[in-house]
Structure formats: structure tokens, C-alpha cells
Design a protein around this ligand. Structure first.
Ligand SMILES: Cc1ncc(COP(=O)(O)O)c(C=O)c1O
Length: 419
């Protein structure tokens, strides 16, 4: 159906986001390693725990005035925000304040709210080259904003490049709090798996204060750490309120999608007070009466009953196992001229092949011959670079499928380059 054929109905009959026809992630005949979401085995007990949490929440509502079914306060009910803060304090092993939390329907909505509420519509968005591809697509809907790419180093963003670019593009916004924003994923970066160093985090906060731009961090993988005892400190915590020049330049945009259920559509933002106030005054949030009053109440019960923690612990153990298996298969089966960093957490392994390898072609070959597929690197680049890279995701498939898929991928690579 063409976009101009008004008489035909738009055909979209999927039951989940990852039904890409031939590449349907739930199709047992293929191994699709492109999907950044928990798989069916990890979601299997959600029915049971959501059922329990719903009963718990309903008993609370019956005993009160059923306010969960009323429009909520624009940024979410305080008892729920506070319960998220307590949960995060325990998971981050660092204090999180209920006052800083804003309930969202996930990090994607958080990003959209940040762009529509806080950033000048003729402003500039700095992004890592490479970055989460759908965030790029969400940003490009703001057609009057300019997207500027900044290179990554092995420690995270090239801070000198960002320094020059933010100084170059800076202007005085007459309409919004910020003239520009740097969007990043400093902890277990998508797609590279990078973890920003402590030194870099400090430099980023200093620079954001100096050139007065916002740093929006997608912190959706932070609690999925595998090689350490506690999660890496999030960039938000480096923007210390006790500093003399503190105003609040960082937002931590979090989500229950990877650690509980993407379908629940519950997330949060940790915000400086000046941003929280603007979200609270936003027409969208006010008219909506909070973006997710009911489901956030259920998640608060999951937290209160200890079920959210249990689910996260179980998921983290599984992901950890998967990451270890995936790295082992790649280490043992890829030639030495193909490199990858072993991530300490998160979902992604970023493989770099020799410069003349076109990963999109390899992907096609792999799919045709072995029914295995991942995502070619240029998908994550605004400038169409990184064609010789491939992002592999460990989140969806169980250990056996994952290992099997990666063994096939490595075999396919050998045949692909030999031809
Ligand atoms: C970096 C990043 N941000 C956001 C999302 C989506 O998060 P949510 O489901 O909370 O909207 C993803 C999912 O792949 C992601 O990798």
C-alpha cells in the first residue's frame, strides 16, 4: 500500500514489536540476535508476579478511595515515586530521592518529554557516533533541531571534540531552559557496550555547566552489571547539588523494560528540581494526569512485595551467563583480526571486522545460509559509518540458542570472507 492510497486500510496485524516477517524473533527457525529485550523465558513469570502485585494494589485501593483510578498528579503519585526511589537506592547502592523522580512510560517517552519540554526547538542535539538507532529516529522527528555527531573513544565520548562543538553551537535560548542537549548511554552503551570512565563523567559534568547544555542519559542497563559488586555510578550522581556552581545539568532516564517487562511501559526520570518543576507544569503531563498512574502503582506493589528485586536478580544472573557464553563463543571462533570489547554489563557486543567487510552483506549471507541475523553497524551511525561493525544482543535468546546462533555466525563469517 502506498502512502497516498487512501482507500486501503493500513495493514499492521502484529502481536509484538519484533515480528519482522522473515526475521520474527519468536520464529524458532531463525536466531535473530538483534533484539534488545528480555526473551520469553525471562518474561514467563511476569503473569504470576503481576497477578500477585495487582491483588496487593487492589486491596490497598479498596481500603482507600481508589485514587489509583483517578487522574494522577502530573509527574506521578508521590508514594509511588518514593517507592521507586527506595528501590533504586537499594539497587544503585546510592541514595535516590523520591522528589527527583518523575514517572514515565519508559525511557523513550522520557526522551521525547525532555526534547519537547526542555530544549529549544531550534536547538542542537549532540549524539555519540554511534548511538541507539531508535533514539536517533525519535530525535529526527524534531525537524527544527540539529543533530551533531561526536566521536567515541574507548573510554566514552571524545570530550575535547564535545568541548569544541558545544562552544561552537552555543546560543542564548529565549524559549526553553536549554539551547542544546547531549544524549548518551554512559553505562553499558548501546550499541558499543562501553562504560564511561569516572574521569570522563566528571569532565562531562564540568563541561555541561560551563557551556550550559543538558546531558540526557539513557540509564536503562545500569543495574545489569556482571563483572562488579555494584552498579557503576550514574552520571546524574556526579552533578553534585553541594557544588557552588550546581544548577542541575543531568537527567537520568531509567526504565523497567529490561529488568521487568517492556510491555508494562513503566519508567522514570531522575531530574534536577528546575526540570522537575517544568515537567510538573507541562500541559501534556497535566492533561494526561500522570503518564502511567495505574501501572506504576502495580510496579510499586511489585517493589513492596520484593518481587521486582527477585525478578531483577534472576534476570541479571541469566544475562550475565549469556554475556559470558556469547563472549566465549566469539573469542574462540572469530579470527584475531575481528575485535570486540567484552562488556561488563548490559545487552550488547560490538564486533569490528576488518575495514573492507560490509556487515550488512555478511548479515544477509548469514540469514540466507544459517538463519542467523544481527544488526549492521551503520544502522547506529547518523553519518552512515561503521559499515564493518555488527551489534550482537545477548538479551533475548536462551543460552543454548545464543551459543548456537553465534557459532553459526562465526562459521558464516569464515565462508563469507573466503568467497
Ligand atoms: C539506550 C536505550 N534507550 C531506550 C530504550 C527503550 O527503553 P524503553 O522501553 O524504556 O522506552 C532502549 C531499548 O532498546 C535502549 O537500548
Amino acid at each position: 500500500m502506498s502512502q497516498n492510497d487512501y482507500s486501503e486500510r493500513y495493514q499492521q496485524t502484529s502481536t509484538h514489536l519484533f515480528d519482522f516477517g522473515l526475521y520474527n524473533v519468536y520464529d524458532n527457525n531463525i536466531i535473530n540476535l538483534s533484539v534488545g529485550a528480555p526473551g520469553p523465558d525471562l518474561l514467563a513469570n511476569c503473569c504470576e508476579i503481576f497477578n500477585e502485585a495487582t491483588k496487593h494494589r487492589m486491596s490497598l485501593e479498596l481500603a482507600s478511595k481508589s485514587t489509583l483510578f483517578q487522574y494522577g498528579p502530573a509527574i506521578g503519585r508521590f508514594d509511588i515515586r518514593d517507592s521507586f526511589a527506595k528501590y533504586l537506592t537499594e539497587e544503585y547502592k546510592e541514595k535516590v530521592y523520591g522528589e527527583d523522580i518523575i514517572i514515565t512510560t519508559g525511557a523513550t517517552q522520557g526522551l521525547h518529554l525532555i526534547l519537547s519540554t526542555l530544549i529549544d526547538f531550534s536547538g542542537v542535539i549532540f549524539v555519540d557516533e554511534v548511538t541507539y538507532m531508535i533514539a536517533l529516529s525519535a530525535m529526527s522527528q524534531f525537524t527544527t533541531m540539529k543533530i551533531v555527531t561526536v566521536p567515541l573513544t574507548k573510554n566514552g565520548i571524545d570530550i575535547e571534540a564535545l568541548r569544541k562543538l558545544t562552544a561552537q553551537y552555543r546560543f542564548e535560548s529565549k524559549t526553553k531552559m536549554f539551547w542544546g542537549m547531549y544524549y548518551t548511554i554512559p553505562v553499558f552503551h548501546n550499541p558499543t557496550g562501553l562504560l564511561y570512565s569516572e574521569e570522563l563523567c566528571k569532565q562531562l559534568v564540568t563541561l555541561s555547566r560551563k557551556n550550559d547544555f543538558l546531558i540526557a542519559c539513557d540509564d536503562v542497563y545500569n543495574t545489569l552489571y556482571y563483572g562488579m559488586d555494584s552498579p557503576p555510578k550514574r552520571l546524574y550522581a556526579y552533578d553534585d547539588r553541594n557544588d557552588a556552581d550546581y544548577k542541575g545539568h543531568v537527567i537520568s532516564n531509567g526504565s523497567f523494560s529490561k529488568i521487568l517487562s517492556p510491555g508494562a511501559r513503566v519508567g522514570w526520570m531522575e531530574c534536577p528540581s528546575r526540570c522537575a518543576r517544568l515537567f510538573d507544569e507541562s500541559g501534556i503531563m497535566r492533561s494526561g494526569g500522570a503518564t502511567n498512574n495505574y501501572t506504576s502503582g502495580i510496579v510499586a506493589s511489585l517493589i513492596e512485595l520484593g518481587l521486582a528485586k527477585k525478578h531483577l536478580d534472576m534476570s541479571r544472573n541469566k544475562y550475565k551467563e549469556r554475556m559470558a557464553i556469547a563472549c566465549k563463543v566469539l573469542r574462540e571462533n572469530l579470527p584475531k583480526n575481528c575485535t570486540f570489547i567484552e562488556p561488563e554489563g548490559g545487552f550488547f557486543i560490538w564486533v569490528t571486522f576488518p575495514a573492507d567487510v560490509v556487515a550488512a552483506d555478511l548479515n544477509r549471507f548469514c540469514m540466507e545460509k544459517y538463519k542467523v541475523v544481527a544488526i549492521a553497524g551503520d544502522t547506529f551511525s547518523s553519518d552512515g559509518k561503521f559499515k564493518n561493525c555488527l551489534r550482537i544482543t545477548i538479551g533475548f535468546h536462551n543460552e543454548e540458542n545464543l551459543a548456537n546462533g553465534l557459532e553459526k555466525l562465526c562459521k558464516a563469517y569464515g565462508e563469507f570472507v573466503a568467497n
